[in-house]
Design a protein around this ligand. Sequence first.
Ligand code: AMP
Ligand code: GLY
Length: 426
Amino acid sequence: MKVLVIGTGAREHAIVKALTLDPFVDAVVAAPGNPGMDAIALCRDLPQGLLDGAGIAALAAELGVDLVVIGPEAPLVAGVADTVRARGIACFGPSAEAARLEGSKAFAKEVMASAGVPTGLAHVCTTVEEVASALDAFGVPYVVKDDGLAAGKGVVVTDNRAQALAHAVQCLDKPNGRIVVEEFLDGPEVSLFCISDGTTVVPLAPAQDFKRLGDDDEGPNTGGMGAYSPLDWAPASLVQEVVDRVAQPTVDEMRHRGTPFAGVLYVGLALTSRGLRVIEFNARFGDPETQVVLARLATPLGGLLYAAAVGKLDDIAPLHWHKEHAVTVVVAAKGYPGSPRTGDVIDGLAEIGDDAYVLQAGTAVGKDGSIVSAGGRVLSVVATGADLAEARDRAYRAVDRIRLKGSRHRTDIALAAQRGEISVHG
Ligand code: AMP
Ligand code: GLY
C-alpha cells in the first residue's frame, strides 16, 4: 500500500513514522511535510497550500497512492477529503459536512443535544449583550469560546469578566463571528481518539494533553505543550463509557443525518464530579496526543486507517498495544503562542540517544543546511519507558540536549500522574 499524508506538524511526523513501520505499507509520501518527515519518507510540495483539494487529489492520482491521510482540521473543514474521494481515491478524514463537528462549536453542541451526549451547558451568542448575560448566568470561572476554528487558541477560561468580554468582542468582530459561552467543567481532562468508518467505532488509548503554556497550568492556552498515555488513574471502564455514551451516538447521529463521520473523532472530555462531559470534538488526530498514542500502538496503522476510509472497520481485529508508557514534551519557539520567533538554529538533534526520538513540527532547512525553527511548536520529543517515571526521564534528558535560542517547554508533563496526584471525583 502507498500512502500520502497531508500536513506539516509533529502529529503528521508521528503518523508518517508509524506508517513506515507498517509491513503492509511500502511507500509513504508527505505533503508538504517537514525536514523530519523528509528524512524517513518522500516529501512533495503543495504549491497552493493545504486547502487546495484539487491539487492534493491530483498529487494523489499522480503518485498512484491507495490512501490519503489528512492530518489538520483546516483542509478537512474546507472539504479536501471530499475532493480526494471524488477522484476515486480512498481518504482517511471526514467530509466537510462531518468536519463541522470541529469547525463549529455551536453545530457540535446541537449534534450532542440530538444524540443525548453529555456536555457542558452552553449559550450561543452573536452580540456582546448576549455574551454578558450568559456570563452572569453561569458565573465564574467564565468560559468563552470562538465558534470557529482557532488552532486551540479560541478559548479563554478566566475569572476576569472584562477579559472574558474582551475575548468575545474580538471574536464577534470577525465575519459571522459567534461565541459559545459555556459552564465551567471541573475535573481532569482526557483525550480519546475514536476511529470510525461512519458506522463502526474503534477507540484508541486515552491520553492527557497539557494545553496551557506554563508549568502548573499557568499562562495562555496553546495547541498543546505535551502529553502522555496510558492514564493509569482513569477508571478501567472509561474507554467503553466514552464509546457508548459519546462516540457511537455521535457517529450514529451523523449517519442518520445523511452526513456520516468517517475518520477520527477526537473526544475531549472532562471527568467532572457529575460524570463525564464532552469539552470539544475535533475531526482529526490531536497534536501532541497522537505522538504518544501512536508510540504505543502495536497494530499496524496503515491497515486501520485504510479500513476506516473504505467502510471496513468491522473487519479489524482487536487492537494491540505496547505495555510501555509514553511521554511527549513540546519544545516551542520564543514568543509562542503569540508571535513565535523563527529562523533560529536547532542544535543537538544528533546527540539524542536511542531511548527517545524527536518529531519535527515548525522546522525548516536553513541556508547552510542546518535545521532552523519555522513555527510556534518546533519539536515534539517522545520517549517510552516501563513506567511514567522512566518515560519522563528519557524524554526530558533528550529535551535537555536540544539547543534552540529562547525556546521553552513545560517541565511538568505527566508529573502529577507519575506522583499519583490525579483523582477522579466520585
Ligand atoms: P477547546 O478548544 O474547546 O478544547 O478548549 C481548550 C481548553 O480550554 C480545554 O482543553 C480546557 O482546558 C479548557 N476548557 C474548554 N472548555 C472548558 C470548560 N467548559 N470548562 C473548563 N475548561 C474548559
Ligand atoms: N492537543 C489538542 C488538539 O490537538 O486540539
